[in-house]
Design a protein around this ligand. Sequence first.
Ligand SMILES: [Zn+2]
Ligand SMILES: [Zn+2]
Length: 442
Amino acid sequence: MKTGYLLPTLWLALTSVTWANSPDWVTDQPQLEALYQDLHRHPELSFQEQATAQKLATQLAELGFEVTTDLGGHGVVGLMFNGDGPTVMIRTDTDALPITEETGKEYASKVRVTLPSGAESGVMHACGHDLHMTSFIGTARQLAANKDQWQGTLMMVAQGAEEVGGGAKAMLNEGLFERFARPDHILALHVSASLPAGKVAIRPGYTLASVDSVDIQVFGKGGHGAYPHTTVDPIVLASRIVLALQTITSREISPLEPSVVTVGSIHGGTKHNVIGNEVTLQLTLRSYSPQVREAQLAAIKRLSAGIAMSAGLPPELYPTVTVHEQESIPSTYNDPAQTAQVREALQLALGAEQVEDTEPVMAGEDFGLYGRTGDKLPITIFWLGTVEPEQFNAARINGTALPSLHSSHFAPDYRAAIPVGVKAMTQSALMLFNANPAADPF
Ligand SMILES: [Zn+2]
Ligand SMILES: [Zn+2]
């Protein structure tokens, strides 16, 4: 069924592919747009994605997948067995953010919650995970309708709690690869707020950074602000530590290695004339190589302890450095060989002019974890353009900034982006199913 929603150019792009493994495309744009709007209107925060997961589970079951729910929180696994061949896993994330939507769209989220801090907030799919889920269901439908085009096991994984770095970890800890299937190939996409709808972007190797949240608790010996010589002032110590931390990236890490050490929060003291006992610093660390991460953490501990020692504090009052391991995520490394195959699939699916090369970013994604188990499975994530092309061109001409991911104004051109996401992911999966020696060659 051809609909008024579908842009004529996209319809042409969807129907004009002539290569060997061109599936018989199911036209489901109206259902996918309705799904997108429904998901967008009803966002759920990390580890609370129950209703969202249920919607995905229901759709996968209707398509003939064997579905398991509640893995690693509200994770969903859908398996479709289709003879001998590789296992291809496609992952979507499902959670939203505590952001009050300001897009003014008719389908904008009006959901509100009380956060653990007691503050009221709106909830919004400001990272585009609603678009990821819509592409995910569209891809599942295309592959289910074209089982004659591939052989093997299709593994659809909907993972929650990406925004807190907990979802992938939880699914892996609960046996995703042992209880269900060990994938030969793992794929994901993420929306881009700086790429026009219609385009995708991809790069081999390091693509997204590792992320660590670190607390430094700085101790001192408090007293009267008028008698500082009788105290060890933790605010002065914390200030020296903040400045010393600046030398980690500038003087300890190779200038050829990406490294970020940001102190995002500093809290201490109660009153003008009181020298307190402690100060808390909160840091975010970013890097690509595990060696750089280790060097950052070692330097933070060494510099903090050294500064406390230089102030005359005893070892029991040296700062404590706490790494929030449960929130840590490694860098995302796109397997070069598999990524070259996916890139080829994207070009075949969309046309070479729609596929861009891209640079790595210092944002993080827990998708990287799927490639960091003992098996070192090959993973590939690519970016899906979402900016309405006229808005993109206007921003470029006028030099104005586009709303970023996590912005309350982020409003993807979902009607144009959905079919591109579906087509890109479907062709990538078909390429990997068919390129594997276990399956029939083209
Ligand atoms: Zn995000
Ligand atoms: Zn995201």
